[in-house]
Design a binder for this molecule. Sequence first.
Ligand SMILES: [Zn+2]
Length: 109
Amino acid sequence: MEAERAARLGHNQSVVRSLNRRLDHGLVTPKEPFPTEGPGFLCECSNLDCTEIVYVGLATYEEVRRDDRRFFVRTGHDIPDIEQIVAAGDGYVVVEKLGVAASAATPDA
Ligand SMILES: [Zn+2]
């Protein structure tokens, strides 16, 4: 995998993450298919067109995203070239970015 692609994929995930931050602060109104009831966040995989929902409680979400390199993605949405699975739950996995993708996903890098 070339570094440029890895950096772009890492950046994509930080874009989705900032959208999720706005959602949980009530700054944007969730649109379909984002659920208006129950805990759920947009899948944070590297595909910007992905609108799948990861159903996970806010406490769990907050805990994982305390580390800027870690993201929630739907099961099967991970990209082994740039990230490794560090945890798995019902319908989702937690991935940790590797190398260049990790720096691109970290805001102050
Ligand atoms: Zn996805």
